[in-house]
Each structure stands twice: as C-alpha cells, then as structure tokens.
Design a protein around this ligand. Structure first.
Ligand SMILES: Cc1cc2nc3c(=O)[nH]c(=O)nc-3n(C[C@H](O)[C@H](O)[C@H](O)COP(=O)(O)OP(=O)(O)OC[C@H]3O[C@@H](n4cnc5c(N)ncnc54)[C@H](O)[C@@H]3O)c2cc1C
Length: 471
C-alpha cells in the first residue's frame, strides 16, 4: 500500500491500514509530517505552528486518531469560551447545570455584547435548528442557500449576525456567511452547541503541532511499513484501469497493490494522466473547489500581557488571541508567567482582505487591536513578530460545494482519495481530514473483501434533546 501525502488524511489512512495488517509505505514531500496542521522551527530556533489549530468535543474521529497514535494527552480541553468587544464588554459560552439544549442558557442570558433583541432572534433561530434535528428543509429544497440567507429568513438582527453568527461560523468554517452553505453553518450549531453538553468544548494542543504525529511513524513502522520524508510523487502511471507505478523525483519508481492519494485537491491534477482527467468528472470537478485563506499573526512581548488561555474579539480584524506561553506551560501552572515574556498567536479566518496587505501593516493593525483588548499590552514592548499567510488554508464551503467533492473510491480500481476536500459531510477541518483517511481505509478493506469500520459515530444527543429525539 502506498500513501502519498503525510497530512492528517494520509496519516489516518496509513495508521488504520497498518493496524489492519497492510504494509504501508507513506511518502511526504516535506521534511516533516502534518501537512497544513503542522509546526516548524524559525531561523532563530523558535517553534511556531503554521497556525493555531483547535478541535472541538464533537470531533470524534480526530479524538480517536489522537488516541491511536498516543497524542490524546497532548490536547487540553477548555469548558469556557470568552468573548470581548471593543467597549470591554464580556460574554461567555459555558455549559451550566441545565440539560441540553438549555445548557448554555445561563451564560447566554448574561452575554453582555448582545442586546435582548439580538438574543431573542438567536433563540428563535436555535429553536428552528432544534425542531429539524439539525436538518434544514429550506436548504434541501433550494439546493444550497447561503448561511446569511438562512439567517435573514429567520429575521436575525444585525447585532446577532455580526456579533454572534459571524463570529462563531467564520472561525469554524473559514468563510464569510454570504459564501457559506447553510447546511454547514447549521451543522456546527447542532453538533457543537445544541444536541449535547460537551460538543462545544475546545481542545488546544499543549505542544507544537508537529509533535502530535511522532506516534504515526511508529505505528506504521511497527507493522513493517515505512515513512519517507522529502519524497515528492510526480506522476501516477495507470494501465488497464489500475495504477501500476508511482513516479517520484530522482527517477525513483515504486509499485504497489493500491495507492491512496492524500494530497491537497489542488495537487491531484498534476499527478493524474490527462486521459483520466478527461474521462472521470470526479477528477475534473476538483477544479470547481475554491480556496479560502487564514492568516496567523505571531507576537512576542517582553512581559506578560494576558492571563486567559484564549479570547475571541468582536468587531475587529483579529478574531482570536491564543496565549501560547500559557497553553504550552504544564497544567500545574509552572512557567505560565515566563520571565522571558509572552508569546501570543492571533488568528484571522477568511482573511481575504489581508492577503495583499504588507506584513508590517498587518502587524501594526493587529497590535493596535491587542493593545485595545488587553490593557497590560499597552506598556509592553513587542520584541518580535511574524505573519504567516495561508492563501489556500481550506476549501471554501460555498453553497452547493458538496457536489464537487469526490468519494474516496475512484474509477481507477486500486486508487483511493483522502483529504479534507473529499466527500465526508464535514467542512475542511482536522476532523474532516481524519474521517476522509478512515473512509479511504474502509474503501480499501471493502475492495479486499474484509470490510471494517474505522469511522466513529458523531456524539449522540443528550439531555432533553435525546428524549425529544427518542419520542
Ligand atoms: C492556517 C490554518 C488554520 C487551520 N485551523 C484549523 C483549526 O483550528 N481546526 C481544524 O480542525 N482545522 C484547521 N485547519 C484545517 C486543517 O489544517 C486541514 O483541514 C487538515 O490539516 C487537512 O489535512 P489533509 O491531510 O487533508 O491535507 P494536508 O494537510 O494539506 O496534507 C497533504 C499532504 O500532502 C503532501 N503532498 C502534496 N503533494 C505531494 C506530492 N506530490 N508528493 C508527496 N506529498 C505531497 C503535502 O506536503 C501535505 O503534507 C486549518 C488550516 C490552516 C491552513
């Protein structure tokens, strides 16, 4: 078995198949694993994630994958999400004592950045989602409407849209509401906030991202497989409807019973023979998937400027501030107030407006916002800053996008696809990538005649939602 691509999709497929007895040979073009969810070392020795990555309690397959590779204890979960507006008003999302779907009612009632009218309109839309168990009859009927249109049909106030729906969904889906398929937006609220009490809990790695994948290499090698880094696949040779050879740089050629292509969707086309791109619309349709950007801004201060582990800002370009110094510190608190200062990482999803801006301009803009939000930062000196722009961070979940996403099984008999862009039902996330890898592994085993299920089910409804669903 050859797996091309060492991102989460390729790793999940590789580890699952190795556990099922396949000898997996994984080829990754970069010198490290993790793909878009990774970290590297800056020239001055500082470890940085390409961007802060977070998971949620509802990401059951990512959780399963971290457990398989021994990384689960490197994810720290938080029950409280904090929001801050430029006027200094705070809001929280945190489960109280009531059962789902009312578990957030107490925190929501006290959410200061929203008016009573905003809250009533949000409650109305939430009721709509509950009534349909997270399904969306008007979306299905019209074949993909935007989230913004869905919200307008439910008479959402401007405040509710800008300070609630946009804030949660742009971060979760990396796209503006007007360009997001409502199905995805509704799914976020159903799975993470309404159907159960724990789906919203936010998991943040306590180590640089690349350290989460150490166990993958071991899992594959222990079963006789290999992980090849700096190995760029250039072309798949297909004869009589099956891949016969994978051609790599330096005239290296490898043959295998089956191949899983786990590269980004933009890289698939270069690897396939023209004849197959002409013949199979599943390959041609990949050109219809659009990219959405995320920008990470890394700021180092000469002193502590923030005590919270992370905070969401409202009405600013900066969407999230992560306190990396605290997040990397041991849970007992040692090292949180590092004498060396403090490292913050800011995230801006759907950052179309930042792509063309010079890096210094982005740093100045975000620094101003950080100093407004965090009074302690006003007197602190910025000792270092860097900006990482990921222009193709995710595929854009635009209305109707699902029709362009291919299944993991292809018309080439021994070729399988994995990647967050394949048909998983999930948006471009680490959970989506792992699901795609598991689905590709399931497809391989099905073809082999020994079906096996790797994909874990979603978190089930609990509390009153479970009673309602049963009745
Ligand atoms: C800035 C940013 C922030 C994000 N934040 C979050 C978040 O907070 N939470 C979340 O869940 N998701 C987040 N995501 C999305 C998440 O990172 C991706 O959905 C996921 O990592 C995709 O995994 P993948 O395996 O499908 O693809 P990739 O990670 O892109 O893996 C593909 C791999 O294939 C390799 N490759 C490509 N061509 C070849 C070739 N010819 N030969 C060999 N190897 C090749 C690449 O080097 C890469 O390692 C974020 C993404 C970005 C970019």
């Amino acid at each position: 078995m050859i797996v091309i691509g060492g991102g989460l999709a390729g790793l999940a497929a590789g580890v699952a198949l190795a556990e099922s007895g396949w000898r997996v040979r994984l080829f990754e073009q970069r010198p490290f694993l993790g793909g878009r969810a990774t970290s590297y070392v800056l020239p001055d020795g500082e470890h940085v994630d390409n961007c802060q990555h977070v998971t949620l309690g509802c990401c059951t397959n990512l959780d399963d994958f971290y457990r398989r590779v021994g990384a689960a204890d490197k994810i720290r979960f938080f029950d409280r999400l904090l929001f801050l507006d430029p006027q200094g008003r705070r809001g929280e999302m945190q489960a109280g004592l009531l059962p789902a779907p009312f578990h957030m009612t107490g925190a929501f009632a006290k959410f200061a950045p929203l008016t009573l009218k905003d809250k009533l309109s949000i409650a109305w839309a939430m009721l709509n989602i509950l009534q349909t168990n997270g399904r969306t009859w008007d979306v299905d009927q019209f074949g993909g409407i935007s989230m913004l249109e869905w919200l307008r049909r439910r008479h959402q106030t401007k405040g509710a849209i800008e300070r609630f729906w946009r804030v949660v969904l742009v971060s979760a889906l990396d796209e503006e509401l007007e360009n997001t398929d409502a199905r995805y937006g509704i799914d976020v609220f159903w799975k993470a906030f309404l159907s159960n009490r724990t789906g919203y809990r936010m998991g943040v790695p306590s180590v640089p991202l690349a350290e989460l994948y150490d166990g993958c290499k071991t899992a594959i090698e222990q079963k006789g497989g290999e992980v090849n880094l700096r190995a760029t696949a250039r072309r798949l040779q297909i004869e009589n409807g099956a891949v016969t050879t994978v051609h790599f740089d330096a005239a290296r050629e490898e043959r295998s019973d089956a191949v899983i292509l786990a590269v980004p969707h933009t890289a698939v086309s270069d690897l396939l023979p023209d004849e197959w791109k002409r013949k199979d619309s599943a390959f041609r349709n990949l050109a219809m998937l659009k990219n959405a950007p995320i920008t990470g801004i890394h700021l180092w201060f000469d002193r502590e400027v923030m005590t919270e582990p992370f905070v969401t800002l409202l009405d600013t370009t900066t969407q999230w501030i992560f306190n990396k110094t605290a997040l990397y510190a041991p849970p007992n608190g040692a090292g949180k107030n590092s004498a060396k200062g403090q490292y913050l990482q800011l995230v801006v999803s759907a950052s179309y407006n930042l792509l063309k801006k010079p890096r210094q301009e982005i740093i100045d803009l975000c620094l101003k916002e950080v100093r407004q939000a965090l009074p302690a930062a006003r007197d602190a000196n910025l000792t270092k800053a860097t900006v990482i722009k990921e222009a193709a961070a995710t595929f854009s979940p635009e209305p109707g996008v699902d029709r362009w996403r291919p299944k993991q099984e292809t018309s080439v008999q021994n070729l399988f696809l994995a990647g967050d862009w394949t048909d998983t039902g999930w948006p471009a996330t680490m959970e989506g990538a792992v699901r795609s890898g598991y689905l590709a592994a399931e497809a391989v085993l099905r073809k082999e005649g020994r079906p096996h299920q790797f994909v874990r089910p979603d978190l089930g409804p609990d509390g009153l939602v479970a009673l309602w669903a049963r009745s």
